[in-house]
Design a protein around this ligand. Sequence first.
Ligand SMILES: NC(=O)C1=CN([C@@H]2O[C@H](COP(=O)(O)OP(=O)(O)OC[C@H]3O[C@@H](n4cnc5c(N)ncnc54)[C@H](O)[C@@H]3O)[C@@H](O)[C@H]2O)C=CC1
Ligand SMILES: O=C(O)[C@@H]1CCC=N1
Length: 278
Amino acid sequence: MAACPSKRQMMSEAINLAVIGGGQMGRALVSGMLAADVVQGDHVRLVDRNPASKQWWATNHPEVVITDLPAAVSDSDVVLLAVKPHGMESVAKQKGRFWNKKLVMSVAAGVSLGSLGQWIGHERVVRVMPNTPCLVGLGACGYCVPEGFPDADIAIVEAMLGAVGISVKVLEKQMDAVTGVSGSGPAYVFLMIEAMADGGVKAGLPRPLAMQLATQTVMGAAKMVAETGRHPGELKDSVASPGGTTIAALATLEHNGFRSAVIEAVAAAANRSRELGG
Ligand SMILES: NC(=O)C1=CN([C@@H]2O[C@H](COP(=O)(O)OP(=O)(O)OC[C@H]3O[C@@H](n4cnc5c(N)ncnc54)[C@H](O)[C@@H]3O)[C@@H](O)[C@H]2O)C=CC1
Ligand SMILES: O=C(O)[C@@H]1CCC=N1
């Protein structure tokens, strides 16, 4: 295995990052990392086969160099693979000396460390499940690494992911569940915000005001759970006055299976992640 730079070196030296696939997740991660200054734009090489996607990068991050895969990987310390799961094999199997034991981070749902290592031809690979709030520095990333993975590389991974939110090292067998909770999770919360705003509009509020109130409510509630250390059930009870408005709403949510719908949604995403892994 190639000698790896120390965490101190990585923190003080610019990371040369190749990004293969600059779609939704690639954009969220790299935009977040650029904003957090953990990578610099002129040290990022972007590869994408979609002209519209390349145009997005040219417009939004003009300092990023748009190039092809061999050049991007050759010029990098770290390679971020962010194409769809079914496209990962053809990208990772591209033959060439340019892979040369680069640190490769894949964000593809379901794609195992074993497959990645086999396709790329070495085991300096990390499987990450990020989420789109990395864009605003509030991502939740789970990642796993092969046995014997060097601490210096873990330090690099944590420096990069930690710059855009929290990062937790998990067992590979937990990655599908991580996908169900946090990888896909933002979509459930966006749906909730949209639905709450719809409810506000139904009750007579103008749409922008309903959206503002719903968004701030979700943000405030999440912050209370994170910062008070109190159980969400206890916080929920503290909102519900006897005979009041909240318990009327909660009874309706329970009647309509809200809790089990969310539990089953997380399980469905985890199962789908397992299927994608083949
Ligand atoms: N969107 C999300 O919230 C999350 C996505 N992921 C994972 O991130 C990966 C990417 O997903 P999205 O960004 O949502 O998809 P996307 O479709 O928005 O982006 C994929 C990009 O890869 C490009 N691409 C495809 N084949 C390529 C190739 N051979 N060479 C270069 N570029 C190529 C496409 O043109 C596209 O711009 C997937 O594997 C997904 O499982 C993981 C966590 C969350
Ligand atoms: O929907 C998907 O497959 C990807 C993986 C996790 C979130 N988005």
